[in-house]
Design a protein around this ligand. Structure first.
Ligand code: SR1
Ligand code: MG
Length: 429
């Protein structure tokens, strides 16, 4: 699957990519024998990489190539090409654990930091669908299967201590991508940072509040430490709705280039945060009051299903597939042991829930005050309306991060979100 000599990296634009793919018999077999007739278009709208769709007479493929810098910012922000290696490794492991929920891998070249994958068609990026108000009936079941299986089977509950440590080591080099998260999610939104931005002038006062709020700084710093120092399981690492492609009947998780061993709540929190942002942004996309009510109700139902189904599936796996070195069976013999272990499992899930809502909060605040925003809010053209939606999301996020103990169940989160929907915040400016 790999090829080329070290130092041979070059960015493959259309002509070079055509020549490169024409030299791969397995790809030619998929596309058709006439490379000159293939259509190639660069469609990447993410923050980091080039993404090409290549189509021939017989079919299509998607090609992703890492750039040696952050695409969103430019060459002034170098970024290691090795992220393509970690993405490929993570996709391979996820394919083994959650087959049919990730794209099929067709070819990988380490030196070019390039991967050829199954073309997902007619799938669209889920975030775009949510902005349009679409409801996805398969999503909650699929994403909870993906998370429960990828997190459980890469944890100490399923692996021996030696296998787990080898797995941590395999991803430990992806620290440049972790550093992006450590800075952009857990640090910059709470201080003056050159790359921060927000919906000014409406959110100027809220941005200043965030910089002064020491309780919030403590809470986000605890989350940052947990992110840095808790290698619980192999995380996708960037599991927002822009990393998920959907149709009405299928879900595929893409783009795990931020993969590393970290706290499970970070992935689950990412999914919840992005659904909650879709909920709050929805008011800004309404053309008539109440127009998106059914969509908004579906989003909050989905928030509840995502946590509840994830927890149920994760617990089921723990009860039936616990072959790891954690919680040795010999310490929980007989009925008494089984009963005590079951109580401990539920306590574990409660701690994971607390982590999850904290991480969801951090994931929300970064999209409103940090460098990288999302189209849920950015496509609300009227800045004042956008700021209203964003301020609601931030208000809930602050509660979730600082008053975490007040949220015992996921229904507490959706109830708090519902309450904020008609609320009009005081805006500055
Ligand atoms: C500089 S990269 C900004 C963001 O894009 C990715 O999707 C991650 O979310 C990252 O934090
Ligand atoms: Mg991405």
């Amino acid at each position: 699957m790999t090829g080329s000599r070290a130092g041979d990296y070059r960015i493959l634009h259309e002509a070079a990519l055509r020549d490169y793919l024409a030299g791969l018999p397995e790809i030619v077999a998929l596309l058709g024998p006439e490379p000159v007739s293939w259509s190639i278009s660069e469609v990447g709208d993410g923050n980091l990489n080039l993404v090409f769709i290549v189509k021939g007479d017989r079919g299509g493929v998607a090609v992703k190539q890492a750039l040696p810098y952050v695409r969103l910012v430019g060459e002034s922000w170098p970024l290691p090409l090795s992220r393509a290696h970690y993405e490929y490794l993570a996709l391979s492991r996820q394919a083994g654990l959650a087959p049919s929920l990730v794209p099929a891998l067709l070819h990988h070249n380490e030196t070019l930091a390039l991967t050829v994958m199954e073309l997902l068609e007619p799938h669209i990026i889920m975030r775009k669908g949510l902005v349009a108000g679409a409801q996805y009936p398969r999503f909650a079941d699929d994403i909870t299967t993906f998370m429960a299986r990828t997190l459980f089977f890469t944890s100490d509950l399923a692996l021996t201590a030696a296998a787990k440590k080898d797995a941590i080591a395999a991803f430990a080099g992806n620290h440049a991508l972790c550093k992006i998260t450590e800075d952009l999610i857990f640090t910059d939104p709470y201080r003056i940072a050159e790359q921060n931005r927000w919906t000014a002038p409406y959110l100027d006062a809220l941005a200043a509040d965030l910089r002064e709020d020491m309780e919030l700084h403590v809470a986000v710093s605890r989350l940052k430490l947990k992110f840095m120092a808790s290698p619980e399981a192999l995380l996708h690492g960037d599991l927002h709705t822009g990393s998920i492609m959907v149709t009405m009947s299928q879900t595929r998780v893409i783009d795990p280039e931020f993969a590393f061993y970290g706290p499970m709540g970070f992935d689950v929190g990412a999914v919840l945060a992005n659904l909650l942002m879709a909920y709050f942004a929805s008011a800004g996309h309404e053309r008539a009051p109440g127009e998106r009510q059914a969509f908004e109700a579906w989003v909050l139902e989905t928030v509840e299903q995502v946590w509840n189904e994830f927890a149920r599936k994760f617990l089921d796996l723990w009860r039936s597939e616990a072959r790891g070195d954690a919680y040795p069976a010999s310490l929980f013999p007989g009925e008494k042991g089984a009963a005590r272990l079951e109580i401990e499992r539920l306590a574990y899930m409660q701690r994971l829930f607390t982590d999850t809502i904290g991480f969801a909060a951090a994931k929300t605040i970064r999209r409103i005050f940090g460098l990288a925003h999302n189209i849920d809010f950015e496509l609300i053209e009227d800045l004042e309306r956008r700021a209203v939606s964003e301020a609601r999301a931030v208000r809930l996020a602050r509660e979730m991060m600082v008053e975490t103990a007040a949220f015992r169940t996921i229904a507490d989160v959706t109830a708090a979100a519902r309450k904020l929907r008609p609320w009009m915040p005081e805006l500055s400016g």
